[in-house]
Write a new protein. Structure first.
Length: 470
DNA sequence: ATGTCC
């Protein structure tokens, strides 16, 4: 793959063949390493009908289903632009929520083991069913799919202020529960309020370093303050919705005269029955993911209150797997675009009207989950943010799960983390080994590349004190 | 990511 270095941290893949736009990759050659397969996916995405600007890739790009993870693609709705479930991924609305405690590391030290034991009991995780919320009446799942975090708060699992600090106020509009299949509902009903497995986690962290005091203060972050980060998605419900709608689009594509270089890029126009059906179901899954994080926040709050007498306040909740209809400037005109972000985080600039008033002046909080034993980051959106105001989403996997499990012994990793002062509460040792830090890129390098590429700025680094994993 | 293959 020929990459032309336009400027440091920004590479271009020139248009050729069926590409409608060029590819743009924000990274260094070091970070890209052996990314040949995922760069081929960047090229494939550039062929989608209606795509505008470029097929973008973030510094944490790696191979995914159809689209690369770390990919951003926007299509023009009025110009026949398509929506593709592969551009969102199987874990619809996977995202991150950060809460801050009214205590610092010193004050929490003696209570930390009790907090971790409490979280160990209170946080459902791992594959399969189990969640903190159980429906007790008719139509509750439907109301949750329409209301997201708002529904959870209305049911008593949070406070109104939480909603002001959620992307979209806690719920995506236009969820269409009639497009959520029976099987998706069956899988979803028993998993509300659960982490799931793989790289999903709940961590107790501390603010290790503040890089931007103004933004950190606006977000409510101070050095050594204790935080809780929750990284999870829409579990089996989102997975089933993706499966169902990929199949429907794969069948329907030919009727719209659409051909794609990879069947995993199945898509139809946004403005088509299949496109609207997917977006309606996707919005429902997005709300499920948000409600999921809201219910888990409530569970964590109860543990912190009981075990440490500490209160948790929401900083922000943002997804990194979603397609959204947004208005952006394209070639000097305002256009309605379907922006696919898959393993990429929305990063609205300072002053954006959709941001909560109390953080608007400094830009959107962007939450980047790192890997166990390393660090996570809080970033902020910047003016003129490229790629439709998007940035990275995490470290980015470099070893397969299989290779990680083969190379790393879970118990040894657990002991290593404990020696480094990180309390670990895994559900399985195998699961822990698959998520070993060495299986990922260096999250600090990914964040630095994103900042230098002009996509965001770094606000604070968080390091783990305790890890709860599936 | 995922009742890690209907």
């Amino acid at each position: 793959m020929e990459l032309v270095e336009e400027r440091p941290w920004r590479f271009r893949i020139e248009r050729r063949g069926a590409m409608r736009v060029p590819g743009v990759v924000f990274a260094s050659r070091d970070l890209l390493g052996d990314a040949e397969q995922s760069l081929e996916q960047v090229v494939n995405v550039a062929t989608l009908p209606g795509i505008v600007g470029a097929s973008y890739a973030m510094p944490d790009i790696h191979w995914g289903y159809g689209f690369p993870i770390g990919g951003v693609a926007a299509t023009d709705v009025e110009e026949g632009g398509v929506v593709s479930p592969g551009g969102v991924g199987f874990d619809i609305s996977c995202g991150v929520r950060l809460l801050v405690a009214d205590t610092d590391r010193r004050a929490l030290r003696s209570a930390l083991p009790a907090v971790m034991d409490g979280l160990d009991r209170a946080i459902p995780r791992g594959a399969g069913p189990g969640g903190v919320w159980r429906p007790t009446g008719q139509g509750q799942l439907e109301r949750l799919l329409e209301g997201g975090s708002r529904y959870a708060v209305a049911e008593g699992y949070g406070e109104d202020r939480d909603l002001a600090r959620c992307e979209d106020g806690g719920a995506v509009a236009d969820a269409d529960v009639t497009q959520v299949g029976e099987r998706a509902r069956e899988r979803g009903i028993g998993q509300v309020g659960s982490l799931g497995s793989a790289n999903h986690f709940l961590e107790v962290q501390r603010v290790a370093e503040v890089y931007d005091e103004t933004a950190a203060a606006a977000f409510g972050l101070a050095p050594d303050q204790v935080c809780v980060m929750i990284h999870c998605g829409s579990r089996g419900l989102g997975h089933q919705i993706c499966t169902d709608h990929v199949r429907a689009m794969d069948r329907a594509m030919a009727r719209y005269g659409i051909t794609v270089p990879d069947r995993q890029l199945a898509c139809t126009p946004v403005d088509s029955p299949e496109g609207r059906a997917y977006l309606g179901a996707m919005a429902a899954a997005a709300n499920y993911g948000r409600a999921n994080r809201q219910f888990l926040s409530d569970a964590a709050r109860r543990v912190f209150q009981r075990a440490a007498g500490a209160r948790l306040t929401l900083v922000y909740d943002v997804s990194h797997n979603l397609a959204k209809i947004e208005t952006h400037a394209v070639g000097g005109a305002r256009r309605r675009l379907c922006v696919h972000r898959k393993g990429a985080t929305r990063a609205f600039p300072p002053g954006h009207p959709d941001l909560p008033e109390d953080v608007r002046a400094v830009g959107q909080p962007v939450l980047i989950p790192g890997t166990m034993g390393t660090a996570s980051y809080v970033l902020a959106g910047v003016p003129g943010g490229d790629a439709f105001f998007s940035t990275c989403h995490g470290a980015g996997r470099v070893w397969s799960r299989h290779r990680a499990a083969r190379t790393v012994v879970g118990r040894e990793l657990g002991a290593r983390l404990e020696r480094d002062g990180i309390a670990v509460r895994p559900r399985s040792w195998r699961g822990l080994s698959e998520e070993a830090p060495e299986a990922y890129k260096d999250v600090s390098a990914v964040v630095a590349a994103s900042e230098r590429a002009g996509l965001c700025r770094t606000v604070a680094r968080l390091v783990p004190l305790g890890v709860v994993k599936g």
